[in-house]
Write a protein that binds this ligand. Structure first.
Ligand SMILES: [Zn+2]
Ligand SMILES: [Zn+2]
Ligand SMILES: [Zn+2]
Length: 331
């Protein structure tokens, strides 16, 4: 059973994965590890993953076999376990609880060599639809306080399988990074009576120095204080705190924005490794006025080094205005 441990100084929770139990030699090997020839996420290998929790397939085709266009399965090597109770416990200065949570893999396509850029738009729409469905479902479990949707693309960004996939992790605690964003947005709102994200969108669309693309419902931009080169935020122009609870979600525009943005990134940086995450408020009712869901994309072009680690400061060698200019030129 993995364990959640709280840093008594920072208040930050860490997942200590007991069962993976890596030995020193495992780390030495990791970098040289070649891609395995066998792919458990490919069509035809459904019996090599745990049974699906969601799949899009035509009516009448049985579950857990081929014939799907998208599948969601529990992670075979989950960071957190779905079964059990939280068992919050103190041990002197330390706090810990059982590593309860959900860890799911969303297989974006049966085809191994596709990417979010090469897939048809309708497939990207379905990926977004499945994200929302899974978040709504996972939130029914009262043990979970937060669900993160994320994607690791490329080995350097942490993708151990090259088959196109995203992941969802449901957590029994609210992560500090999310809390900080919510607090920051709340403070701004208390002071100005406006949503900081809505204000950013308004100003960026006026100044047009960091906008990468815009359509009816979304804007993609290089954030003013980008932490890494070519960091991109995708913001919906319509204010809503939670991605999964938007009524009549604009799938086509959302998919187009995501795909176009990644296409531009590919064009400028030739298929870089990247991560993206979707930030939503865990309390859509409470945070309705001031939190604004969004996608953050961070290409993995630089490594976190001593200074960043020691200070929480990032040194970004590419000004976001220049990043936006490069991405704007890309077709
Ligand atoms: Zn595959
Ligand atoms: Zn807003
Ligand atoms: Zn965010």
């Amino acid at each position: 059973m993995p364990e959640l441990r709280k840093d008594p100084i920072l208040g930050r929770w860490v997942i200590i994965s007991t069962e993976r139990g890596r030995r020193p030699s495992d780390f030495a090997l990791e970098e040289k590890k070649p891609h395995a020839g066998f792919c458990p996420l490919c069509a035809g290998n459904e019996d090599r993953t745990p049974p699906e929790v969601l799949a899009y397939r035509q009516n009448g085709i049985p579950a857990n076999g081929p014939g799907w266009s998208l599948r969601v399965v529990p992670n075979k090597f989950p960071a957190l376990r779905i079964e059990g109770d939280l068992n919050r416990e103190g041990d002197g200065v330390y706090d810990k609880m059982n590593g309860i949570g959900a860890h799911e893999v969303l297989v974006e396509t049966p085809l191994h060599d596709e990417t979010l850029v090469t897939l048809p738009l309708s497939a990207v729409e379905n990926i977004l639809r499945a994200y929302r469905e899974r978040v709504v479902d996972l939130r029914r479990d009262t043990r979970f306080q937060f669900v993160l949707v994320f994607k690791n693309h490329g080995l350097a960004a942490g993708a151990s399988l090259s088959h196109p996939h995203s992941q969802l992790i449901a957590l029994p605690i609210l992560p500090r990074r999310v809390m900080e964003e919510i607090e920051g947005a709340r403070n701004y709102f208390n002071y100005k009576d406006r949503c900081v994200f809505c204000d950013i969108i308004r100003q960026e669309l006026q100044q047009r120095k960091r906008v990468i693309l815009e359509n009816r419902f979304f804007v993609a931009l290089a954030p003013f204080a980008s932490t890494v080169p070519f960091e991109i935020w995708i913001l919906p122009k319509t204010h809503h705190p939670n991605f999964a609870f938007v009524e009549s979600f604009p799938y086509e525009d959302a998919a187009r924005t995501l795909q176009e943005t990644l296409r531009k990134l590919n064009h400028v940086l030739s298929d870089p490794p990247y991560n993206y995450i979707i930030h939503s408020s865990p309390f859509p009712d409470r945070d309705r006025d001031f939190f604004h869901w969004h996608i953050e994309i961070t290409p993995k072009l630089t490594k976190m080094a001593g200074f960043e680690w020691g200070t929480g400061f990032y040194i970004n060698p590419t000004p976001p205005e220049e990043a936006a200019a490069y991405l704007n030129e890309a077709e």
